[in-house]
Ligand binder design. Structure first.
Ligand code: WQD
Length: 342
């Protein structure tokens, strides 16, 4: 078994491609599996360009168990990081079965195949969305999860439970669920970044597209929340820092440093940033004015959520390092490169 080989499902996407880069730079070998349902080959090509490694890419749908099983026969990886999933919160409310079918089946296939083929380590991409509107902030991993308000959020909770139960039942498996806060930014090379299809649902892509002139005006959803400036508070985590947390999680299991066979870690900065603060920081560090207006609250938004990162800091030995300023410069550099803006 090659302990240094990692399968990255969904590795053509935003978080997957950045993680592939950091794994390779930390000395791991990577195989990327992706069905390109919400990404194209530019992410994979970017990984290859940044690292100089001709990373293998397999076009496969993780829901297709037979095709997926062949990949396990072809490569003797001992670890998988599972990113492949649908992630549009609103769409998941309109078409929940699409989300349950894809997100649950692909993950169950991975867990089954890892066990059947004698492989050990599973990292699952979870989300701070599992905390909902928390009663006490910041949230620790012990903070109770709240009932999900979307099928998307529910698949995150259900996959965490699938991993917990599978690891408890099958002694050869180990698992780590990483609960991401709000991943933003791009690789400093501007060779990979976030490229949402259609109108961006998330704040930073909407900001960069507005700055690029693709969107007319950013709507700030709500200025009457019970926060200092009235806008929502989030914990925005730089994508490269987030990617490095995956390397730490894999190393922890490969090197047998995990204390339990199933563990959960918050991956955030520990800092709460408001929407207005983010917009103003983006303007300042990139030396531009953003067209924005206050709009009504968006249904489903929580007022505030940010991470207590003590556990990731002490156990994973991982700390978010990149300041928000650098992250927002990288986000804009990426958008400019994609749109050919000088
Ligand atoms: C951040 C803040 C908005 C857009 C969601 C999912 C979560 C995860 C990440 C990923 C909020 C405000 C946004 C805009 C705005 N899923 N906003 N104008 O909602 O914290 O998390 O994305 O796959 O599970 O729930 O992130 O970036 O959408 O919003 O004012 O045009 O920006 O109200 O306060 P969110 P976001």
């Amino acid at each position: 078994m090659n302990k240094k080989l990692v399968l990255v499902s969904g590795g053509a996407g935003y978080i997957g491609s950045h993680t592939a880069v950091e794994l390779i730079e930390a000395g791991y070998q990577v195989v990327i599996a992706d069905n390109l349902s919400n990404a194209d080959m530019s992410g994979v090509e970017g990984v290859r360009a940044i690292t100089g490694v001709d990373v293998p890419f397999i076009n496969v749908d993780c829901c297709d168990k037979e095709a997926f099983a062949r990949l396990f026969d072809q490569y003797d990886f001992d670890s998988v990081i599972h990113f492949a999933a649908f992630k549009a919160v609103g769409e998941s409310v309109e078409d929940p079965m699409k989300y349950y079918r894809n997100n649950l089946l692909s993950f169950m296939n991975i867990v089954d195949l890892m066990r059947q083929k004698g492989r050990s380590n599973i990292v699952f991409s979870s989300s701070a969305t599992v905390y909902g509107e928390a009663d006490i902030l910041p949230v620790t991993e012990a903070t109770p999860r709240k009932p999900a308000t979307s099928a998307y959020g529910n698949t995150k909770q259900m996959c965490e439970d699938i991993l917990r139960d599978a690891v408890a039942a099958y002694p050869t498996l180990k698992g780590i669920a990483l609960r991401y806060f709000n991943p933003i930014g791009a690789h400093p090379s501007a060779l990979i970044g976030e490229l949402p299809r259609g109108v961006p649902q998330n704040l930073v892509p909407y900001i960069t597209q507005t700055a690029a002139g693709i969107r007319e005006c950013l709507s700030v959803f709500g200025d009457d929340y019970p926060t200092e400036d009235g806008s929502c508070l989030r914990d925005y985590i730089d994508i490269v820092d987030l990617a490095k947390a995956h390397v730490a999680a894999i190393s922890r299991m490969v090197d047998n440093k995990n204390k339990e066979r199933y563990e959960i870690f918050n991956v955030g900065t520990g800092r709460a940033v408001s929407v207005f603060e983010l917009v103003k920081t983006f303007e300042r560090v990139n030396n531009l004015k953003l067209n924005y207006k206050v709009a009504p609250r968006r249904a489903g938004d929580v007022v505030a959520v940010w991470a207590d990162t003590t556990l990731a800091n002490t156990e994973l030995g991982w700390v978010a390092e990149r300041p928000l300023e650098k992250t927002l410069q990288a986000a804009w550099a990426w958008e400019k490169r994609v749109r050919n803006i000088k």
